[in-house]
Design a binder for this molecule. Structure first.
Ligand code: GAL
Length: 653
């Protein structure tokens, strides 16, 4: 048999041996099969920004234009020999923002990867051996540098595959989404904060977040006098009772079962006893925000189920105010204030009290934005010299949250940014005014971390303080901000939260986030460990399954909302991996293992470095799965830019 088989094989292979090498331009493949970031398509023989392929002043007639999150998978049938190209960022890109990484993979392994490239960098030649490779993948990512944008036209000039035999073909290049959170149970589960702070005598509003099949009935025992729970809607309203701590037992019941949980209502001075969770209009809608958008976002927060995981604040950012300078939208024009000096909303927000009432009816809270300067960062009317009237106005309109953004303050009051009294003054003034209102108004300081704001934010009544300039939806920006937050732990406690800026997960209103799935897990895990406000920047009307999974994992949110209110610390850095740990109120420890590098690596932590003694039960929070008892540590393989979030409970010996 053997000689016959060998002969047959030789006969079959003979035609291949006679094959000649041929070249195929990647631009001639079916580029419709490539994966791209929303709004972009891979282009043949031109850049992705509608310009010729021009790198370092040289024009290339042939090649491939690609943009953020481009991925093209090519079936080479194991018959390709080489891949060659010259890559770089198109000369038409933004010198200031664009930064791009090119990568070539063969059957899942890295064959070539560029450093981060910017406009004007010398183009790099690629020449890789493809012998034996079945699937070739070309991919590109933008925004890997901190502070950089998430765009950038990356060109693959003269991209060519040399092959013998069957010609390579493009195949569907869209990767399946990585959904880790198990589906929500139909049985009731009460979620969100376990402790809630409100001020005595002020209006009280709290929605009990519950997942499970509807109809759902929510009941409470131990509710103090003055508060009423509507069993059908799950909304508690009334007037906050006298100062004190009230232990309330909540029960949610549906046709399939019931769940019970304690809610501690703390009537006192401190608001935001857990980090605020909600939505802010800036990342998704920026200058285009309207009353209609805010209302539909609030409705979507309820209907998408986000509300049942604890998301509650619906915050308008800039551009609700009048802006007479811009001539691109007359709807922003108008009288800045009324005859009594009260600030007016612009024509896009015809009825502020109506808007907040509609938001409150859903059991949600409403937020607004202003600046101590004369104009906001968007050039709209600010609170300068009208602080008292504005605080009163925000309260009268029914707002529950104020983001107060430094913006133009330094144009009217000069000083050194690092001078604490200078930086504190306008925030102390507004803090005092908010405190005088007959409403609970959470106070969010936005001055990008000047004068070590974390050291004094609590003193001026601040509940949250931004630590950096604006976040963008790129790895460079998100990770650049998130992993720099260590060192502020001593200042974080219930009512006082370090704010590394809003979330950039999900659909950003005009396109999907540029963060890939692993990067979004890292983002939400890190923000949860950091006890940061979870303020979504995505369009909640467009929640896909992945976004829901990454924003609505109750075991992850529990890390963020833990009543102890501690912020995680960086415990270890090994090469491009980091371990962060957050002590939890029940004595357990939430631990994030992060891989900031480009290749999958094994990341470890030990109970020793976490200062834990005894064996630990390990729970995988994203998968909501017990991983068993571990004697002295834990190790996991973590993909590029990905993470593992675990919770450790002391195990019985
Ligand atoms: C920036 C602030 C952003 C957004 C914007 C509005 O200063 O950091 O979060 O509020 O102003 O103009």
């Amino acid at each position: 048999m053997k000689p016959t088989f060998t002969l047959l094989t030789a006969l079959l292979l003979a035609p291949l041996a006679m094959l000649h090498a041929a070249d195929i331009a990647v631009s001639s493949l079916d580029l419709k099969l490539a994966a791209n970031s929303t709004g972009y398509r891979a282009t043949a023989n031109s850049s992705n920004v509608g310009k010729p392929i021009t790198l370092g002043g040289v024009n290339y007639a042939n090649g491939l234009g690609s943009h953020s999150r481009f991925r093209l998978a090519i079936d080479c049938h194991g018959m390709a020999k080489r891949f060659t190209a010259t890559v770089g960022v198109n000369d038409a890109g933004s010198k200031q923002y664009d930064n791009v990484v090119f990568r070539v993979e063969g059957d899942g392994k890295k064959l070539w990867m560029s450093p981060v490239m910017k406009v004007g960098d010398a183009p790099l030649p690629i020449d890789v051996d493809l012998t034996g490779v079945n699937q070739l993948v070309l991919w590109l990512r933008c925004g890997e540098l901190p502070g950089g944008g998430a765009d950038g036209p990356g060109d693959w000039a003269n991209a060519t595959i040399t092959y013998e035999g069957e010609a390579p073909v493009a195949v569907d290049s869209v990767l399946p989404r990585k959904i880790l959170t198990p589906p929500e149970a139909l049985t009731p589960r009460i979620n969100g904060a376990r402790v809630y702070g409100a001020r005595p005598g002020n209006p009280f509003l709290f929605y009990v977040p519950v997942t499970g099949a509807r109809p759902m009935k929510v009941t409470a025992s131990g509710l103090p006098n003055g508060l009423i729970l509507d069993s059908a809607s799950g909304i508690i309203t009334g007037t906050t009772p006298a100062a004190g701590t009230y232990e309330v037992k909540l029960t949610a019941t549906n046709a399939r079962g019931s769940d019970t949980r304690e809610l501690q209502i703390v009537s006192g001075e401190t608001l935001a006893l857990t980090p605020p969770m909600g939505f802010n209009s800036w990342n998704g809608f920026s200058r285009k925000v309207t009353q209609e958008i805010m209302l539909t976002q609030a409705e979507a927060m309820a209907s998408s189920g986000l509300r049942d995981h604890g998301y509650a604040y619906v915050n308008i950012d800039d551009f609700w105010e009048v802006q007479n300078k811009a001539d691109w939208d007359v709807k922003l024009h108008g009288a800045e204030r009324d005859e009594q000096g009260r600030i007016n909303s612009n024509a896009r927000f015809p009825d502020m009290p109506g808007l907040t009432a509609a938001i409150h009816k859903l059991g949600l809270k409403a937020g607004i934005y202003s600046t101590p300067g004369p104009t906001t960062c968007g050039g709209c009317v600010g609170s300068w010299q009208h602080e008292e009237k504005d605080a009163q106005r925000f309260s009268d309109w029914g707002f529950d949250y104020l983001k107060y953004d430094w913006c133009s303050y330094n144009t009217v009051v000069q000083g050194k940014y690092e001078d604490k009294p200078y930086a504190m003054k306008p925030y102390a003034q507004m803090g005092e005014l908010l405190r005088k209102q007959k409403r609970d108004i959470v106070y969010s300081l936005c001055q990008y971390g000047m004068a070590n704001v974390w050291e004094w934010a609590a003193e001026v009544g601040g509940n949250t303080w931004r630590t950096t300039h604006d976040i963008g939806d790129s790895w460079g920006s998100m990770a650049g901000i998130g992993f720099k937050q260590g060192g502020h732990e001593a200042f974080v406690k219930p009512g006082c939260w370090n704010d590394p800026d809003m979330m950039v997960a999900g659909n950003m209103g005009y396109r999907n986030t540029n963060l890939d799935d692993d990067e979004q897990y890292t983002h939400v895990s890190l923000w949860s460990l950091l006890a940061a406000p979870l303020l979504l920047g995505c369009d909640m009307r467009q929640m896909d399954e992945f976004t829901h999974n990454v924003l609505c994992n109750d075991e992850v949110i529990e890390v963020n909302q833990d009543p102890l209110g501690r912020m995680a610390s960086r415990i270890a850095t090994h090469g491009e991996t980091q371990v962060w740990a957050k002590p939890m109120s029940d004595g357990s420890m939430a631990v994030g293992l992060f891989n900031l590098g480009d290749e999958t690596v094994s990341v470890s932590t030990t109970w020793n470095e976490l200062k834990l003694t005894g064996p630990q039960q390990v729970r995988d929070l994203w998968r909501q799965k017990d991983l068993g008892k571990q004697a002295g540590g834990f190790t996991a393989d973590i993909p590029r830019h990905g993470c593992m979030l675990i919770r450790l409970f002391l195990a019985k010996q």
